[in-house]
Design a protein around this ligand. Structure first.
Ligand SMILES: NC(=O)c1ccc[n+]([C@@H]2O[C@H](COP(=O)([O-])OP(=O)(O)OC[C@H]3O[C@@H](n4cnc5c(N)ncnc54)[C@H](OP(=O)(O)O)[C@@H]3O)[C@@H](O)[C@H]2O)c1
Length: 305
């Protein structure tokens, strides 16, 4: 029986996963098809609910991956899930739907996948007690990354010496502050309103040399532009990372056009591959360690597609 894997997004036909998924299934020897489900941003709750009901009722449907609609899907269909993992409970979102027999399970995996993305970028040894992390944007991806860092710190791993998070409004920062208070987030953190590129440039300039500067605003993919100006004063030896790999990617294009030899400018491709391989692993019950030959093979197939 061919099973189906649902992909909840906004413009799923433009995602590279449409080409990658069939190759991964062939490699893994799984007979399964990707079904793209496009929803407008903040679509009516009934639409999300109907999609989750269909997955739950259909024995051919094995689960799926949710991008933009993680919070909305869970709030619209919370009662349809038989169990949620800790991160889904904490973040009130689900990025992965999977099944255990007839039981419908929800998981939020971005804390783990974004940390893998950050590790792929700089490696955990990079955090030497002086280097800082600036996260522009305080939405789900930003919160998940700080949760990943929190878990890393708890397990004794090195983490940035300071985290600076920006948002356009104080309300978003308050949400993050209260979540951080709830989990006992212990990395020194500054929460700054910086809604204009001038303000964001000032924040970026205040970070120490070797800082990692992350665009987690969705600008450059979900909406045009960049959170910083084209002459953003990135600190010396900064690593400039956009969580996205597709779209106009203005933040990355502007950073590259500064032609500074000391900057490393990286897109969100690795993060994308970590996110998808982890969900595929959970949904089909396959162990795909992030640093192993199977992951490398899937990553290679993704790049080739
Ligand atoms: N590579 C991957 O696999 C991967 C995985 C996960 C996420 N991502 C990408 O990461 C991006 C962020 O995801 P998300 O789920 O966190 O999105 P989100 O929930 O929409 O959050 C974006 C946040 O950035 C804020 N923001 C927007 N413009 C800003 C600006 N100029 N300065 C400061 N903050 C600004 C928004 O503020 P308001 O609330 O005021 O609008 C919002 O809080 C998305 O584009 C997503 O595609 C990529």
């Amino acid at each position: 029986m061919t099973t189906t894997f649902s992909f909840f997004g906004v413009t799923t036909t433009s995602s590279a996963i449409r080409r990658i998924f069939p190759r991964w299934m062939a490699e893994l020897g799984i007979d399964s098809e990707l079904v793209g489900l496009d929803f407008a941003v903040d679509a009516p709750a009934a639409e999300y609910r109907k999609a989750v009901e269909r997955i739950k009722a259909d024995p051919q449907s094995v689960g799926g991956l949710i991008t933009t609609h993680k919070l909305n899907v869970l709030s619209a269909a919370r009662d349809l899930f038989d169990e949620l993992d800790d991160a889904a409970e904490l973040l009130k979102e689900t990025s992965c739907i999977h099944k255990d027999g007839a039981r419908l399970l929800g998981a939020a995996l971005d804390d783990r996948t974004s940390l893998l993305g950050l590790d792929a970028l700089v490696g955990e040894g990079y955090w030497d007690g002086t280097r800082e992390l600036v996260v522009l944007g305080a939405g789900g991806a930003s919160i998940a990354l700080t949760l990943g860092l929190h878990r890393a710190a708890r397990s004794g791993r090195p983490v940035p010496s300071r985290v600076i998070v920006t948002a356009r409004s104080e309300a978003r920062l308050d949400e993050m502050r209260s979540l951080h208070a709830e989990i006992g987030f212990a990395i020194p953190t500054e929460y700054l309103v910086a809604g204009t590129s001038t303000e964001a440039d000032r924040v970026v300039a205040s970070a120490g040399s070797g800082s990692v500067i992350v665009n987690a605003t969705g600008m450059g993919k979900d909406r045009p532009g960049s959170p910083v100006s084209e002459v953003a004063p990135f600190p010396r030896d900064a690593v400039v990372w956009d969580m996205n790999y597709r779209g106009e990617l203005r933040f990355l294009a502007d950073a590259r056009s500064q032609r500074r030899d000391d900057l490393r400018v990286v897109d969100g491709w690795d993060y994308f591959v970590y996110s998808w391989t982890m969900v595929v692993g959970v949904v089909y019950g396959i162990d795909i360690p992030a640093a192993g030959p199977l992951f490398d093979r899937l990553s290679e197939l993704a790049r080739a597609a």
